[in-house]
Every structure is written in structure tokens, then in C-alpha cells.
Design a binder for this molecule. Structure first.
Ligand code: NAG
Length: 106
């Protein structure tokens, strides 16, 4: 079973703020919410990730529900360059003395 569910498509005109919802009701405490985007024929590109708090970077804002069961990727002022498939993925962080690594769990 997929651990995340997203709408099939979201349409927007240029310069609009786009909200991309993702549902992940079975998320566990050590799983991070990662968003990637993929342009056809290109490799996936990291967008943003978070654990439980709203977070933002130069590309996007990630709003995480207080129960962590859903999240929304918010893209301000989208343009044609942002046309891509956006994937929401849960990843478990494992940390040891070498640092932290992530494994895809969805
Ligand atoms: C996170 O962002 C959402 C959407 O902007 C907002 O409604 C919510 O209050 C924020 N939560 C916190 C804890 O700041």
C-alpha cells in the first residue's frame, strides 16, 4: 500500500500560489515528509522536507498538520518552469556516528 496519497493533478495559471496536498495518515514518529519534483526525462529534484513543523526554503513552503497526518506543499508564484510531477514521500532517518541517512519507505 502506498503510504501517501495525492491528487492526480493540479492546474494553475502563472503567478498563482499553488497548494499541493498530501495525505499520510500512517506516518510514524521517525518518518520525515520529503517532497521531490520530476520533470519528464530528468532525474528527481529535491524540493523540501520536514518532520513536524512548518518549514520553508527558496523553492517552497511546507505546511505540516499538527497531527502530522497530512501536509501541503505551497509553491508561491508558479511559472511554467515549475511544471513537473511533485512527489510526496515518507523517509525514515537513521543516524549513527557517520551522520544521518534516509531510506525511502513509501
Ligand atoms: C503552518 O502553516 C499553515 C498554512 O500556512 C498555517 O495555517 C498553520 O497555522 C501553520 N502552523 C504553525 C504551527 O505555524
Amino acid at each position: 500500500d502506498a503510504k501517501t496519497t495525492q491528487p492526480d493533478s493540479v492546474e494553475s495559471t502563472e503567478e498563482e500560489t499553488v497548494h499541493l496536498p498530501c495525505s499520510h495518515a500512517t506516518i510514524s514518529g521517525n518518518e520525515y515528509i520529503h517532497w521531490y519534483r520530476q520533470v519528464p526525462l530528468q532525474s528527481p529534484e529535491y524540493v523540501i522536507h520536514g518532520l513536524q513543523q512548518n518549514t520553508s526554503n527558496s523553492m517552497a513552503f511546507l505546511a505540516i498538520a499538527s497531527d502530522r497526518k497530512s501536509s501541503t506543499l505551497i509553491l508561491p508564484r508558479v511559472s511554467l518552469r515549475d511544471a513537473a510531477v511533485y512527489h510526496c514521500i515518507l523517509r525514515v532517518a537513521r543516524c549513527d556516528r557517520q551522520g544521518c541517512t534516509c531510506a525511502i519507505s513509501a
